[in-house]
Design a protein around this ligand. Structure first.
Ligand SMILES: [Zn+2]
Ligand SMILES: [Zn+2]
Length: 343
């Protein structure tokens, strides 16, 4: 069945998510106040007084993901050292660092290890040893993925791929997802920048639902790309990668990065295509900067390789299976394209 939606005078009015059935309505929220929702974020106020150095020091002292506290985390499985990544930007800020990226098991497996052959297949990938941004304005002014730089993000995905190769050696694992939460509004349980990699004994439900929707509509992804293109929501096209503001995302500010022709896992992706994919994700994450966000990389089950990126600053407004998309979205996408072109 084709995707159900309606356009009037070139503008999207509503669209039904073919995977979840949620209907997004485009509405004008310009008069709506978000003061309550966005209150209490002193790190976003440029005039806030600088935080006590002691408070920053204490946060680092108790963080199990900070350098010096390696003993507070499960045993290390992999690391990327500064000599393996000489272009690492943190080198000047954190002299004498012994690692840039570090991998260990998640203390709390997402899927019980009894279901993956007795091996815990949930992992934490620490993205950088730096806990805080370069000159923090509050205790919540944390290092964020968008500040790492494009090459660093590529190194991060290369580490994920090395880790995936290890995970896929476990014959009970059939599906692997990469997940990131940034900021407490997105449900991150640790302030220090990190990713999760999770191996699952069966296709993960989100991916299975997408595969099911594609069986019902084999042209699904191309059709979606055509709709977002006509609605003015495509952000960038580079080589075999397309990114767009998704009108059928989980949140009002959701973006997809997709390789419509590549229907395999990250471990199969040729080096040049990986660079394009990684770059397209990073460019969106950089624009979102320190704002709360999540992303998930979906692969396998014959689906085109893709990532969902959700801006989480605005409240989750799914009400009884409906979502409101701000009517300024098209203008926001145009501004985003301009900002990206400048970089
Ligand atoms: Zn830390
Ligand atoms: Zn997906």
């Amino acid at each position: 069945m084709p995707i159900e939606y309606e356009m009037r005078e070139g503008a999207l009015v509503w669209i039904k998510n073919p995977i979840t059935g949620v209907i997004s309505y485009v509405v004008d929220v310009r008069g709506k106040s978000f003061a309550f929702t966005l209150g209490g974020r002193e790190e976003l106020q440029p005039d806030a007084p600088p935080p006590e150095p002691k408070a920053l020091h204490n946060a680092i002292r108790v963080c199990p993901f900070c350098p010096g506290n390696e003993h507070l985390a499960p045993p290390e499985l992999m690391r990327v050292t500064p000599s393996e990544f000489p272009r690492w930007r943190g080198g000047q800020q954190l002299e004498g660092a012994s690692w840039v990226i570090r991998v260990f098991n998640n203390l709390f497996p997402r899927i019980p290890e009894s279901l993956t052959g007795g091996r815990n297949e949930s992992y934490i990938v620490i993205e950088d040893p730096r806990h805080f941004s370069e000159s923090p304005r509050s205790i919540n002014d944390l290092m964020c993925t968008g500040a790492l730089g494009e090459e660093h993000f590529h190194q991060l995905l290369l580490t994920d791929i090395r880790l995936m190769q290890r995970v896929l050696e476990n014959p009970t694992v059939h599906s692997v997802v990469i997940r990131k939460n940034q900021g407490r509004e997105s449900g991150a349980s640790q302030p220090h920048p990190h990713q999760q990699v999770i191996g699952s004994p069966q296709p993960l439900p989100a991916i299975e639902a997408e595969a099911r929707a594609e069986r019902a509509n084999p042209g699904l992804w191309q059709e979606l790309i055509d709709i977002v293109d006509r609605a003015g929501l495509v952000i960038e096209r580079h080589g075999s990668v397309v990114s767009y503001a998704s009108p059928i995302g989980a949140f009002p500010r959701s973006y997809d990065v997709i390789m419509p022709e590549f229907r395999n896992g990250l471990t199969e992706l040729p080096a040049e295509a990986l660079r394009e994919f990684s770059r397209a994700i990073f460019r969106l994450v950089r624009i979102l900067g320190p704002l709360p966000l999540d992303y998930e990389i979906h692969q396998g089950a014959g689906l085109p390789l893709h990532a969902h990126i959700n801006g989480r600053l605005y409240p989750y407004s799914n009400v009884a299976g409906t979502l409101n998309l701000p009517s300024q979205l098209v203008h926001n996408v145009a501004a985003l394209r301009k900002a990206l072109a400048r970089n």
